[in-house]
Design a protein around this ligand. Sequence first.
Ligand SMILES: *Cc1c(COP(=O)(O)O)cnc(C)c1O
Length: 354
Amino acid sequence: MRPTRALIDLDALRHNYRLARTLHGGRALAVVKANAYGHGAIACARALEPDADGFAVAILEEALSLRAAGIQKPVLVLEGVFSADELPLVIDHDLWIVVHHAGQLAMIEAATPGCALSVWLKMNSGMNRAGFEPSAYAHAWQRLSASGKVGEITLMTHLARADEPDEEATRDQIETFDAVTKDLPGPRSISNSAGILGWPDGHRSWARPGIMLYGADPMPAEGHGVRPVMSLESTVMAVREIAAGEPVGYGARFRAPRTTRVGLVAIGYADGYPRAVPDGTPVAVDGTLTRIIGRVSMDMLTVDLTDLPASGPGSRVELWGNEIPVNRIAQAAGTIAYELLCNVKRVQFEYTGY
Ligand SMILES: *Cc1c(COP(=O)(O)O)cnc(C)c1O
C-alpha cells in the first residue's frame, strides 16, 4: 500500500480542547463540522467525548452520523434546519439547533415537535452573513419563547475578525451583542478559536472552538501552546540526478541551478496537498527541512535532496505537522489552514493516543 498517511494525534486534540476550555472558562462545544476539519469526526468526537461539554457540526447529516456512532453528548447544528420535516429528526436524536433566519423561526412556530427544542438564537452583530438583525433580535426571541415549542434559548453571535488583534470591528460586535441581549435571560456564546485566544471580553457561558482543537493557531505569532494534531506524511519513492539547467515537472517551472538530486514523493493535489505552492515551499525529509521544486502534480511531488545525501528511497517526508506548521503551507498556498485540513483525502488515516 502507498505509505501516504495522515497521522492524527488524539492526545494533542484532547490537550487543545482542555486548553480552549481553560482559557475561555465556562463550557465549550468542540466544533467537529466538515469531518472534524478533515481529521475524522467520529474518531475525534469519541476521543473528546469524556471531556467535552458537547459538539457542534454544520449540518443535520453530520449530527446524525455522530449519533449513529454512539456519541451521546449534546450536538448543536450550526446551520439549523432547511425544512420543517427535519424537526422530528432533531427531536428524535436530541439535537440542539441554531435558528438564524425568519424562515426557521416560522418552521418552529408551525411545528408540533412533541417535546421542547433546544435553540441557539443567532444575532448578526456585524458579520452580515447569518443571524437576525440587532433590531429584530428581541422580537425573534419573544416569538420563539411564546411559541411554546422551545426550552432554553441560548443567545449567540459569531465574530468576523477575531483573528485581527485590537480590531475595532470585534469590539463593536461584542458591544452590539451585549446591548441587544441586555434584558434577555439565558446562556450566551460568542467565541470561536480566535475569540477564545484573543478576546477575553467576549468570553461568555459557551465557547465554540474549532481550528485551535486541530492545532492550527489562528494567530500564530502569539504562541498559545496549541499542539499540531495532523501530520501529513509520505515517503521518497525514487531519486534522480539532473544536470544544471534541466527542468523538473509540468511546465518546467523549476530549472536546476546546479547538479540536483530530485526526490519523488508519493503525494499530490488529489490527496489535498495544495497545487498552488511555489518552488521553495518547505518540506521535511528525515526530519531535515528542504524544499519543493517543480509543480505539485495530482499524485506526486518533487523535492530537493541535493543537500541531504543520506536521504533517498524510503525516506520519511512530512508535508505538515510537528516539523512544518500547516499555517506555513497555507500561507505559501495563499489560503488558510482550515481549507488545507478539510481537503485531505485518499490518504490512510492512522490514530494515536486513544
Ligand atoms: C466553524 C464555526 C466555529 C469554529 O470556528 P473556528 O474559527 O474554527 O474556531 C464557531 N462558531 C461557528 C458559528 C462556526 O460556524
